[in-house]
Design a protein around this ligand. Structure first.
Ligand SMILES: *[C@@H]1O[C@H](CO)[C@@H](O)[C@H](O)[C@H]1NC(C)=O
Ligand SMILES: *[C@@H]1O[C@H](CO)[C@@H](O)[C@H](O)[C@H]1NC(C)=O
Ligand SMILES: *[C@@H]1O[C@H](CO)[C@@H](O)[C@H](O)[C@H]1NC(C)=O
Ligand SMILES: *[C@@H]1O[C@H](CO)[C@@H](O)[C@H](O)[C@H]1NC(C)=O
Ligand SMILES: *[C@@H]1O[C@H](CO)[C@@H](O)[C@H](O)[C@H]1NC(C)=O
Ligand SMILES: *[C@@H]1O[C@H](CO)[C@@H](O)[C@H](O)[C@H]1NC(C)=O
Ligand SMILES: *[C@@H]1O[C@H](CO)[C@@H](O)[C@H](O)[C@H]1NC(C)=O
Ligand SMILES: *[C@@H]1O[C@H](CO)[C@@H](O)[C@H](O)[C@H]1NC(C)=O
Ligand SMILES: *[C@@H]1O[C@H](CO)[C@@H](O)[C@H](O)[C@H]1NC(C)=O
Length: 773
């Protein structure tokens, strides 16, 4: 079947050997153990700490700072017995007091702030009662502002180091979650950067750089010794985005994925996280892929992550993946020892769980895996702990303390992030921003009108404080008629909605704060439909029809909701989507509605209509439409049906015009220069200052069957004052950006007429690119 026409293998033209089919396997410090030590130390290799243990540090080469990390790690590993070695392979590493090695708890989380979720090293008490809780990633990504993402990563790692100095946090963080949201039902969409692999990979590598990079060491050439502020982790690898859908769970699912989708969608962001972010850890997922558990797949781990992408760091399992392999997948009818051996041989260094520590020794004794594989895993782990200062300390972070956590600057950044993540979906008659002159009272109603914990989603810590929507409106408008009138998101407590209706009748404007929460979409809980839960729709319609003034609907959610009813309802003049906007989310909402901030966020997800979920089961991972089963495509790249709101959508209080600085530009790509560059002029032709996201999409030649409709190859967020204009430059490499993956997994550069589409909405324009061989 002639699926692809006039294609050219990349390796012929592009000077990188990317034309490869690589991925799918075919089916087939704490010293408490030592009672002599009373003093606590912030790092291991301190002579008096060794003295306290009755040891002389000079005899331990692993503490010799003049040796390279790899040599020190080998020294350490060589000192251990087999039993001692496997005792260090779980997330709660035992330590070996005999040689001065303390315990270490590997598990900490920092998805959008330092978190105490899990069996972690991180905790809060009266000394450090909280940490800044930024918007969840689905909200952060909506800003499409890479500077913001990096700044938040830097602030989170500063708070983490400060907490570590005070003995309340670890140095290794299993964040960010960066799986692509393939299906709108996925319960963990709030934790992720949305549906586009390029955006997901860009977000993840930027946030990782914010967490990990130590200023002044950016040019370290030996990446195995590059210092880390904290160690981050890109998870969950790979093809993981079913949690619990009608009882089909992540622990038991075996997803069927073809090479094309694997390369183009599921692993692309991980490759970016390793190559662009230089992340120091990757976590493998619970699921099986084409029969093989992700954490036991040598081709996915050792061959791809470690060899092909050259990870500088360690690979960790999801928590209890190995046990899941044995108990749920019954992989090869394994014994626990065989499951442990499979994972070690596949390249899995650390078990979040107890299988490596419990069964690792026997696995070696039984000859199922070599002790050398255990040693390799340990060395990968210790080099990361050396890079992050666990052994030698990190002088540049030693002075951080309580003043560096929940500071005013960090709180202001949380406010700024909440504002930047807001996405304005509807604004009929330019009803927003509400004008302070005419609006003397506001009815604030709906289940989320006074939310706090809901705004920080999951994988959170204890926030520094909350500003709920009610708090924020009260600070700006004297007269807030507050009538929540729904006990929970279902709004189904049997009463009529009369208090809210009365408030809407009395006030000059009505703000309804509604949406979802973790009882609807969460880890281990996928959605079954795309509707607002329970009686919310009735609630919103009844309030909207009773309201005296204009009605603004605010939706707090991660996944898209079919709110076609509200889009069509002329009484509802404006709709604002917030994601889960973090501890200061109320400020973001009120500042946008009251005009203190001009919204510039864009949807990171397609908002499908409700019948989408009837057309395709969540368990079909295929991205392209499947005619034989009438499956629609997935994500803006392959779904061509009608939507409630498309990917990238979002309005502003001003109007932007986009144009090319060199009009009538068209590229005939010569074979000797594969870089294309152009400038886009962004003019703010409205009356308010504002920020615009310039999206650059590529649309492959139409003759190619199964090619994406379009896909993002670059984006940029620019601020433009009213009446002014600014220009933004884009450069891209044809081989990298115009690369297609064919159905067998080969990477190709197609000959023919390509299009570059700049912009998203009406103002967009196209640049033809002609590429002939
Ligand atoms: C540390 O290693 C260096 C380089 O091998 C060596 O010269 C030095 O003697 C070592 N220091 C100690 C205390 O053993
Ligand atoms: C909080 O925990 C740290 C670390 O264990 C400890 O040093 C500190 O005293 C604790 N603070 C309070 C108020 O208990
Ligand atoms: C790293 O290299 C870049 C480019 O050569 C240079 O501008 C920068 O100052 C260097 N940074 C450090 C910390 O040396
Ligand atoms: C709003 O929520 C906060 C925190 O849950 C609560 O203390 C406060 O009483 C609520 N306000 C009203 C008016 O119900
Ligand atoms: C319904 O919920 C509202 C808000 O929580 C509450 O004031 C009202 O009493 C509830 N009605 C019933 C019948 O539970
Ligand atoms: C909520 O919906 C149920 C039916 O689903 C209905 O019986 C109940 O009266 C509704 N409650 C309100 C307050 O509208
Ligand atoms: C969408 O795709 C289907 C087949 O995949 C095609 O028949 C239809 O014409 C397309 N619709 C649009 C609007 O492009
Ligand atoms: C290739 O094209 C880019 C963008 O048009 C240009 O900046 C660059 O100088 C060209 N390089 C060569 C070697 O011609
Ligand atoms: C991006 O975020 C940074 C950090 O908050 C901010 O200073 C900058 O103004 C933002 N850029 C735009 C274009 O909004």
């Amino acid at each position: 079947m002639a699926r692809l026409h006039s294609v050219l293998f990349l390796s012929v033209l592009c000077y990188v050997a990317t034309a490869k089919k690589i991925l799918l396997s075919t089916p087939r410090m704490d010293d408490s153990q030592s009672s002599h030590v009373t003093q606590t130390y912030t790092y291991v290799c301190h002579p008096s700490r060794f003295n306290g243990l009755g040891l002389n540090m000079e005899y331990f080469g692993y503490c010799n700072k003049s040796l390279p990390f790899e040599v020190r790690a080998k020294d350490l590993v060589d000192r251990l017995s087999l039993t001692e070695k496997v005792g260090q392979l779980g997330d709660q590493a035992n330590g070996v007091p005999r040689i001065g090695l303390p315990k270490y708890y590997w598990w900490s989380e920092a998805l959008h702030g330092v978190s105490d979720f899990g069996d972690t090293a991180t905790f809060f008490n009266a000394t450090i009662p909280g940490a800044t809780s930024f918007p969840t990633p689905i909200s952060m990504v909506s800003s499409f502002n890479v500077t913001l993402w990096k700044t938040i990563g830097q602030v989170v790692s500063t708070e983490a180091r400060a907490m570590n100095n005070l003995g309340q946090a670890g140095l290794t963080y299993w964040s960010p979650n960066m799986n692509v949201v393939r299906d709108p039902r996925w319960g963990r969409a709030l934790e992720t950067p949305g549906e586009d692999p390029f955006v997901v990979g860009t977000y993840a590598s930027t946030y990782v750089r914010g967490l990990q990079d130590v200023e002044g060491t950016e040019n370290t050439t030996d990446l195995n010794s590059r210092p880390l502020k904290v160690a981050a982790c890109c998870k969950h690898y790979a093809a993981y985005d079913v949690d619990n859908w009608f009882g089909i769970k992540r622990e038991g699912i075996d997803v069927s994925v073809r090479e094309q989708d694997m390369l183009e969608t599921f692993v692309k962001p991980f490759e970016m996280c390793i190559n662009d972010g230089d992340v120091s850890s990757v976590m493998c997922s619970y699921n099986r892929i084409n029969g093989i558990p992700a954490c036991a797949d040598r081709r996915l781990l050792l061959d791809t992550i470690r060899k092909e992408w050259n990870l500088h760091g360690y690979i960790v399992s999801d928590c209890d993946s190995i046990e899941v392999m044995y108990k749920n997948h019954k992989w090869l009818n394994d014994t626990p020892e065989a499951a442990v051996a499979q994972a070690l041989k596949a390249g899995l260094d650390l078990d979040c769980g107890a299988y490596y520590t419990k069964y690792g020794g026997n696995a070696v004794v039984q000859g199922k895996v070599r002790e050398a594989d255990v040693d390799k895993a340990l060395k990968n782990l210790y080099v990361v702990l050396m890079r992050v200062g666990f052994f030698d300390g990190s002088p540049q972070f030693e002075s951080l303390g309580t003043a560096d956590i929940c500071s005013e600057g960090h709180r202001n950044l949380a406010i700024e992030a909440a504002r930047q993540g807001m996405v304005l979906l509807k604004n009929d008659d330019a009803v927003l921003p509400l004008n302070g002159q005419d609006i003397k009272s506001i009815a604030l109603v709906g289940p989320h009108a006074n939310v706090t914990t809901t705004m920080i989603g999951n994988y959170h810590g204890i926030p520094c404080g909350y500003t709920s929507p009610l708090d924020a409106f009260k600070q700006s408008i004297g007269n807030v008629l507050y009538a929540i009138d729904c006990a929970d998101v279902a709004c189904d407590n049997g009463s009529s909605f009369s208090p809210a209706i009365q408030a809407a009748k009395d006030a000059d404007a009505t703000v309804i704060v509604a949406g979802l929460d973790l009882t609807v979409e969460a880890e281990q809980l996928d959605r079954e439909d795309l509707l607002l839960p329970g009686n919310q729709t009735q609630f919103i319609n009844q309030v909207a029809s009773a309201s005296k003034g204009p009605v603004v609907l605010v939706i707090i959610s991660a996944g898209g909701v079919d709110i076609s009813f509200a889009k069509a309802n002329p009484n509802i003049k404006a709709i604002l989507w917030t994601g889960y906007p973090g501890e200061q989310g109320g400020h973001g909402i009120a500042d946008v509605i009251l005009g203190k901030y001009n919204p510039g966020g864009r949807l990171p997800l397609t908002w499908y209509e409700k019948d989408y979920v009837d057309l395709i089961p969540m368990t079909s991972l295929q991205l392209r439409p499947l005619d034989s089963l009438n499956y629609p495509g997935r994500t803006y790249k392959f779904f061509n049906g009608s939507t409630v709101y498309p990917f990238g959508y979002g309005l502003s209080y001003t109007t932007f015009g986009l144009s090319l600085t060199a009009p009538n530009i068209a590229f005939d790509i010569p074979l000797n220069n594969l870089t294309v560059g152009f400038d886009v002029e962004v003019a703010n032709v409205g009356e308010k200052d504002g920020s615009e996201v310039v999206f650059v999409y590529w649309s492959p030649p139409r003759s190619i069957v199964d090619a994406p409709i379009k896909q993002i190859i670059a984006f940029s967020k620019v601020f433009v004052a009213a009446g002014e204009s600014t220009s933004t430059h884009f450069d891209f490499n044809v081989c990298k950006s115009l690369e297609l993956v064919d159905y067998k997994g080969y990477k190709l550069l197609a000959s023919g007429a390509h299009q570059i589409i700049v912009g998203n909405n009406d103002g967009s324009f196209q640049v033809p690119i002609n590429f002939q061989t």
